[in-house]
Ligand binder design. Structure first.
Ligand code: HEM
Length: 238
């Protein structure tokens, strides 16, 4: 049962993600509109995109507080996901024995940052004005995943051995299942349902900025209209 669900969730995600990338890649860019000052060479564009992806450079220039919190969320998410590797590989490399505390601290930072990002949408008038239900839904979903995770870490312990067994056999055994023996196990199932929901909506939501950033004309164009003629891809010679 769990295995079939995993394949369905994974299938929706992969097909949706690839489809979106295909649509982005085929979208015409009728005008040269790189945000200036912009690089004048291809390698300059690669460097610019690198800084954008790794350091969130344009957000840094625009809003320092939002940059700190947004960066903290993404970095903490990465650290949390690294800790999650322990649920799906066996035997575990020695590294993970020392890593646990880092992952748990990152979980606290992640939930704190998400609470700030949600409060920001309620408290700041102009941000509330442009916030859609999807903006709230995604933040609430991530908060639900994070708080249920911390609940398992600190209060309601699930059966980690059973979880690890289910996760390591997830893709290969249709008998993979979960126990519901304790409140912690129920919290885990809620954690998993919310994760599945997040993965399913991923390709159809703004979470696609993960792939979309590379196709953004304001970021990926070379600022060379004085050197090269840019032809509008919609232009038809009469
Ligand atoms: C199949 C996917 C996942 C599984 C099986 C899973 C499982 C778990 C388990 C069992 C815990 C409790 C940790 C413990 O008591 O040792 C936990 C914690 C946590 N999970 Fe997940 N999780 C998954 C995906 C995710 C995702 C995608 C996120 C974030 C978007 C996430 C965020 C967290 C956080 C923040 C914690 C608390 C901090 C930590 O223990 O690292 N989880 N997860």
């Amino acid at each position: 049962m769990l295995t079939y669900l995993a394949y369905i969730v994974e299938g929706i995600f992969s097909i949706g993600f690839l489809w979106k990338i295909f649509v982005y890649a085929r979208s015409p860019a009728p005008l040269l509109i790189p945000t200036t000052p912009a690089p004048v060479t291809r390698s300059g564009v690669v460097w610019r995109l690198f800084r954008e992806v790794v350091f969130f450079e344009s957000l840094f220039k625009a809003d320092k507080l939002l940059w700190i919190v947004g960066y903290a969320f993404h970095a903490a998410l990465a650290l949390v996901l690294i800790r999650h590797i322990r649920y799906s590989i066996d035997p575990l490399p020695e590294f993970f024995a020392h890593y646990q505390i880092v992952g748990i601290m990152a979980g606290l930072v992640m939930v704190g940052a998400l609470a700030f990002l949600l409060a920001r949408r309620f408290v700041i008038d102009r941000v509330r004005h442009i916030s859609s239900p999807a903006d709230y839904l995604i933040l609430l979903l991530l908060l639900g995943i994070g708080t249920s995770g911390l609940l398992m870490d600190f209060i309601l312990r699930p059966d980690i051995v059973a979880i690890k067994h289910a996760m390591t056999t997830l893709w290969t055994s249709s008998a993979a299942s979960l126990s519901m023996a304790s409140p912690g196990d129920v919290v885990f199932i809620l954690h998993l349902i919310m994760v599945a929901a997040l993965i399913i909506i991923f390709p159809f939501s703004k979470l696609m900025h993960l792939g979309g950033i590379f196709f953004s004309p304001t970021r990926n164009q070379v600022d060379n209209p004085r050197e090269q003629r840019h032809i509008n891809p919609w232009y038809v010679e009469k």
